[in-house]
Design a protein around this ligand. Structure first.
Ligand code: SF4
Length: 423
């Protein structure tokens, strides 16, 4: 069996399949000096200058066989005991998830860390913005570690603080800053959890709020009570799908392209806007199409199609339902009769669901195996390295959010926690 076969069978629980690139068989360290995100769905996205770069992984971790890495991880975990918690995101590869103390979405994991207040080290096997959120919510003494600094998020990187501040200036010049007769501000900034700490802090400073894919509707309601319109970043699809489901016409949701004057819209369009959508997207969820749903319905009559709201609007419209990773998990777990599910989200999560629920037929809508490029960057080699460094008393790859950024970001996160979910 070739290295690529091993990778494919690892991702697909034994089934062979077409992959988006043979580079998936290589160790992530092979891409640390290259300009892109590496193999997977974000290969064509551009990494912004200034994004964190990973230094060389020592050869003993690059060259070690998998069995040895797992043994070393287990030994380091045992040595650190209760001083350590390892968090694993739903989209993470199985050989990393098997060492996690908690598995969940980004916000569940940040909160899981809070349930272990005596823990000294939080090793976050997810991506950069998730580790930042954990650092914002953690106690000052807790240290948050991202095993590979190159594990960013191409969607989060599509909205940087300078571009958002420039957009805010243009919008303030257009709308002014005075509230209307009902006391509503001209515009409220809403950032998706999948964004940098700097953007969460921007929202905290400017009367805005954070949302997750689980509570986006409740958060938009909160924002509409306080503002005439919303600037939503970085994911246009979550913003559009959520607002559309709440009755906002698509024609009143212009896109903001940071490379164009007034975001590429006219002043009249922006004055009429209810939601201004940042020009960002998730390259994993952008791969799903209505044609894939048609094919799933043709090959599996009666199939239940569930997609993530980061998918394009046409895909959400064609699906039976759309919801967060947690919604998808609960929908599958709650099916009492053996059922067929076609899922539109990241392949590692879909295949884990299939393995956990053998009574159901569960498959990914996308027939091409193309995992999240940045989750792929976390590999047992990096996990073994950061843990053994901790055992030796050294902290590597620590994620530290500046104190002033933390304070403002916490304001926006606390507003989110206080915003009541829709019934
Ligand atoms: S799946 Fe998409 S949004 Fe999630 S970490 Fe990967 S690129 Fe970012």
């Amino acid at each position: 069996m070739t290295a690529l076969d091993t990778v494919i069978r690892g991702i697909t629980n034994g089934a062979a399949g077409e992959v988006c690139t043979p580079d998936l068989a290589k160790g992530p360290w092979e891409f640390d000096t290259m300009p892109g995100y590496g193999p997977g769905s974000s290969m064509l996205d551009v990494i912004p200058t200034g994004s964190p770069r990973q230094g060389a992984l020592p050869a003993e971790y690059r060259d070690a066989p998998d069995a040895e890495l797992h043994e070393r991880i287990r030994a380091a975990k045992a040595a650190l005991g209760d001083r350590l918690v390892i968090l694993g995101h739903f989209y993470q590869r199985d050989e990393v998830v098997e060492h996690a103390d908690f598995l969940g979405d980004s916000f569940q994991l940040a909160n899981a860390a809070l349930t272990k207040p005596d823990t000294e080290y939080i090793v976050f096997c997810g991506v950069h913005f998730m580790a930042e959120t954990a650092d914002i919510l953690a106690r000052d003494e807790q240290r948050v570690i991202l095993p590979n600094l190159a594990a960013g998020c191409s969607m989060a990187d599509m909205a940087d603080i300078d571009s958002v501040e420039a957009a805010w200036e243009e919008l303030t010049a257009l709308y002014g800053s005075s509230p209307d007769a009902d006391g509503r501000a001209p515009v409220i900034p809403v950032t998706y959890m999948n964004s940098s700490a700097a953007l969460k802090a921007f929202c905290g400073r400017n009367g805005g709020i954070v949302c997750t894919s689980s509570n986006a509707a409740a958060v938009l309601e909160w924002a509409f009570e306080r503002g005439q319109r919303v600037l939503f970043f970085p994911d246009q699809h979550l913003g559009r799908n959520t607002a559309k489901a709440m009755g906002v016409p698509v024609s009143r949701m212009p896109m903001w392209n940071p490379r164009k004057a007034l975001g590429g819209s006219t002043a009249a369009e922006l004055l009429d806007a209810q939601v201004i959508l940042w020009h960002g997207f998730c390259s994993v969820h952008k791969r799903f199409t209505p044609q894939q749903i048609e094919a799933a319905r043709a090959s599996h009559p009666g199939v239940r199609v569930i997609v993530h709201p980061e998918c394009p609007m046409e895909v959400v419209d064609a699906a039976d339902e759309a919801g967060s990773t947690d919604h998808i998990r609960r929908a599958v777990a709650g099916a009492t009769e053996p059922s067929v599910f076609a899922i539109g989200t990241e392949i590692n999560m879909v295949n884990r669901l299939a393995a956990e629920h053998p009574q159901h037929t569960i498959f990914c809508l996308d027939p091409v195996i193309c995992p999240c490029s940045t989750m792929y960057r976390i590999h047992p080699g990096y996990l073994a390295w950061v843990l053994e460094e901790l055992v030796a008393g050294r902290i590597v790859n620590e994620i530290v959010v500046d104190a002033s950024v933390q304070a403002d970001a916490r304001v926006a996160l606390e507003r989110m926690l206080a915003a009541k979910p829709r019934g």
